[in-house]
Design a protein around this ligand. Structure first.
Ligand code: FES
Length: 105
């Protein structure tokens, strides 16, 4: 599954991911700056904050209450914000574009 990370400078990095992986792990393994995943995906750090391209927002399951709570501690949160450790890669997400917040660099 191809995941496209858009950096704050407009550059994009395309990464191939297996189904079932979380977007946070895909980003960390690919060395995407701005996605750190300090807590290992346990919803206790918000260092995996990203923006989901609005075209893809409706393809994702809704946020859990825990994700919403943790997201409050991220910087520059918008309606497109998600914690990437909570996004599991599925075949339907082929070509999804995620923007890295400038404040995460
Ligand atoms: Fe810590 Fe996502 S990796 S909240």
């Amino acid at each position: 599954v191809t995941i496209i990370f858009k950096h704050p400078d407009g550059e994009e990095t395309r990464v191939d991911s297996p189904v079932g992986e979380t977007v946070m792990r895909v980003a960390v393994e690919a060395g995407i700056p701005g996605i750190v995943g300090d807590c290992g995906g346990n919803l206790s750090c918000a260092t995996c904050h990203c923006y989901v391209d609005p075209a893809w927002g409706s393809s994702l399951p809704n946020m859990s209450a825990d994700e919403e709570t943790m997201l409050e501690s991220a910087l520059d949160v918008t309606l497109e914000s998600r914690l990437s450790c909570q996004i599991v890669v599925t075949a339907e997400l082929e070509g999804i574009r995620l923007m890295i917040p400038e404040s995460s660099l």
